[in-house]
Design a protein around this ligand. Structure first.
Ligand code: 13P
Length: 251
């Protein structure tokens, strides 16, 4: 049975002391809660080691926001999968739209990163989604299909089961404009059917597909109640313990 996963993508926010305060607040609030989801936080690289220590023995898991696919070497500014593992990461966000649009990441590069994450025993949160222009010109399904087919190229059945897919329509990220539950469910169903075509119905049924884009406590219930929406990748609302946990409680 696939599980709900609520992940907080902190993006480039929170210095070390702010991170300690936020992690402590999240950890303490969920310590005695029976959550119906896996809760994940993805702070900036500089705060991962401290986060890992703070989260020891807690039910909150740790993820990173990016990594490079090479093992090590002359790649100034990059961080490897082994480095993320060594500080206690379980997940890594790959192919976020900000990486694609601001830093020019291609489906081929993202595919290499996914393969490296998997072979390093990190679970990829693989982001896909169309821009406003693509939605308005009616190419949403073509764009999402290409991102999935190329991003998952040569990924085995066993490995694809370890991937979390995050559908994040770019026009809904940080804009306060959430996709309606119908708009989101339509694309989630399309993704699930595509995964069934590429792998099998059984495999597609096991894969968690998160929605991301202006998710907040007050729209989480209607989004998460859709049959193919299995969690959320949260930006702005994950920077406050109260709103992040409000979304988790919607599960
Ligand atoms: P917002 O929740 O701020 O729209 O960001 C979504 C996102 O990009 C999560 O990865």
């Amino acid at each position: 049975m696939r599980k709900y996963i609520i992940a907080g993508n902190w993006k480039m926010n929170m210095n070390l002391s702010e991170s300690i305060a936020l992690i402590s607040a999240i950890k303490n609030s969920v310590a005695n809660e029976k959550l119906n989801c896996e809760l994940v936080i993805c702070p900036p690289f500089t705060n991962l080691e401290t986060a890992s220590a703070l989260l020891k023995d807690s039910n909150v898991k740790l993820g990173a926001q990016n990594m490079y696919y090479e093992e090590n070497g002359a790649f100034t500014g990059e961080v490897s999968a082994a480095m993320l593992k060594s500080v206690g990461c379980k997940y890594v966000i790959l192919g976020h739209s900000e990486r694609r649009t601001i830093f020019g990441e291609s489906n081929q590069l993202i595919n290499k990163k996914i393969k490296k994450a998997l072979s390093s025993e990190l679970l990829p949160i693989f982001c896909i989604g169309e821009t406003l222009e693509e939605r308005e010109t009616g190419t949403t399904f073509d764009v999402v299909k290409k991102q999935i087919v190329e991003g998952l190229s040569e990924i085995s059945e066993t490995d694809v089961l370890k991937i979390v897919v995050a559908y994040e329509p770019v026009w809904a990220i940080g804009t306060g404009k959430t996709a309606s539950k119908e708009q989101a469910e339509e694309v989630h169903l399309f993704i699930r059917n595509l995964l069934a075509e590429l792998y099998s119905a059984e495999i597609a049924n096991e894969i968690t597909i998160q929605y991301g884009g202006s998710v907040k406590p007050d729209n989480a219930v209607e989004l998460l109640s859709q049959p193919n929406i299995d969690g959320a990748l949260v930006g702005g609302a994950c920077l406050k313990a109260e709103s992040f946990l409000g979304i988790a409680k919607a599960c």
